[in-house]
Design a binder for this molecule. Structure first.
Ligand code: NZQ
Ligand code: ZN
Length: 385
């Protein structure tokens, strides 16, 4: 195991009827800006509960943050917050709203062109407004980490950034707030959390025994609860397990001291930027093919994954690896999430276009060994046709 520092300052408030606790969590004298997405938070009553909990505080609202939040939209929130002298941000929504709020928190005090925050990967963040979140979609883990991804729509640049200053102060996780999610978004959430776990686990062995077992436990939990949480949206216990599992998948715990991959995410971001495919859906396109192409460097972990997550013990090593990849693909497809580019009407031209974007963004040495160059990314995408 490598040396590591583990620090996660985000306080989690989990369970039914917890939104009311905002009354204590948000500073009494705060000038609050609530940020939210489209219509869902208003329609399902979450925003009404948030407003009630904030009581007599000075509150402004900024709605309309879209999935894969755009710089163009977020700059509207920056202008509003600067004008109103907001000093506390509250995200109400899924990963897009929380990520967007992280960008706004860093952009408000930023002296210069705020897109630099994303372009520098977060290195240019020197200060940020404090913020909290009310999560309505279990998927990204943004509610308990310091990363975000924003898109400059005009140039098709979808860039990740992180900063120690961008952990939420708190996140309220009330599983009942997810009951109104469309099935498609629940399936997306399962796949996103699954792939976050895989990106930090399925690399090469470093004797990180607890991280491995934790990761395998999260993967098995997702496989176990997925059918029920899709079939019964208001089954509290399965939703609660999905919500906490998705948070644990990307709050730093399983990634501490271990090699990490993230190539599936980086290639996936380009597919979203070019073709507007939902984030998790891009991951389902890339991962099975990536595991196949990288079966050499990932051999030991692929065998461990096959055995411990899918119970695959029979056959030669290559047969077991084939079976582990096939199980992964079947799991995604079983959730209604395609694993082939052709499902989106995309072919060879998409492979070429993604390659060009990867080059433009200098994403030419991806993966835990930095060995996924453009030629390897080409083979991965060709394997997803
Ligand atoms: O806009 P509204 O009307 O609110 O509808 C949203 C949106 O259309 C809807 N929704 C959310 N909660 C709902 C609901 N509908 C009904 N009931 C509810 N309770 O769901 C749709 C998708 O929301 P979005 O926030 O875009 O989804 P998700 O949470 O999957 O976030 C995806 C974004 O997170 C980034 C992705 O790149 C993408 O931009 N990621 C962030 C990460 C991080 N910060 O650590 C890591 C991830 O890998 C990921 O890259
Ligand atoms: Zn993700």
């Amino acid at each position: 195991m490598k040396n590591f520092t583990f620090h996660n300052p985000t306080k989690i408030i989990f369970g039914k009827d917890t939104v009311a606790q905002l009354a204590k969590l948000v500073p009494q004298d705060a000038r609050v800006l609530i940020l939210f997405g489209g219509a869902s938070a208003e329609k399902n009553g979450t925003l009404a509960e948030v407003r009630t909990a904030l009581g007599g505080r000075a509150v402004q609202e900024f709605g309309g943050i879209e999935p894969n939040p755009s710089y163009e939209t977020l700059m509207g929130a920056v202008a509003l917050a600067r004008r109103e002298k907001s000093d506390f941000l509250l995200a109400v929504g899924g990963g897009s709203v929380i990520d967007g709020t992280k960008f706004v928190a860093a952009a408000i005090p930023y002296d210069g062109e705020p897109w630099d925050i994303a372009r520098s990967g977060g290195a240019k963040v020197r200060s940020a407004l404090p913020f909290g979140a009310v999560l309505t979609l279990p998927a990204t883990g943004s509610e308990m980490n310091n990363g975000a991804v924003v898109t400059y729509k005009a140039t098709h640049d979808k860039l990740p950034f992180r900063s120690p200053l961008l952990f939420p102060r708190f996140s309220v996780l009330d599983p009942t707030k997810t009951f109104t999610l469309p099935v498609k978004q629940v399936a997306n959430g399962v796949v996103d959390a699954f792939v976050h776990t895989v990106e930090q686990y399925l690399t090469y062995p470093v004797q990180a025994l607890a991280q491995d077992r934790f990761a395998e436990g999260l993967l098995q939990t997702l496989v176990e609860i997925a059918p029920q949480t899709l079939a019964a949206p208001d089954d509290y216990d399965t939703r609660a397990n999905l919500m906490w599992t998705a948070t644990l998948a990307l709050n730093g715990l399983i990634g501490a001291g271990v090699p990490q991959d993230w190539a599936t995410h980086m290639i996936g971001h380009e597919l979203t930027a070019l073709y507007d495919i939902d984030h998790a859906r891009t991951l389902a396109l890339v991962l099975p093919s990536l595991l196949n192409v990288q079966r050499g460097p990932k051999r030991a972990k692929l065998l461990q994954y096959g055995e411990r997550v899918w119970g695959i013990r029979e056959g030669s090593e290559d047969e077991r690896i084939d079976a582990a990849i096939a199980s992964t693909r079947a799991f995604f497809e079983g959730l209604g999430i395609p694993t082939r580019l052709s499902a989106y009407g995309l072919g060879q031209e998409a492979v070429d276009a993604v390659l060009e974007q990867l080059g433009k963004h200098s994403l030419t040495s991806l993966g835990e060994h930095g060995d996924i160059d453009l030629a390897t990314s080409r083979r991965i995408l060709a394997g997803a046709l």
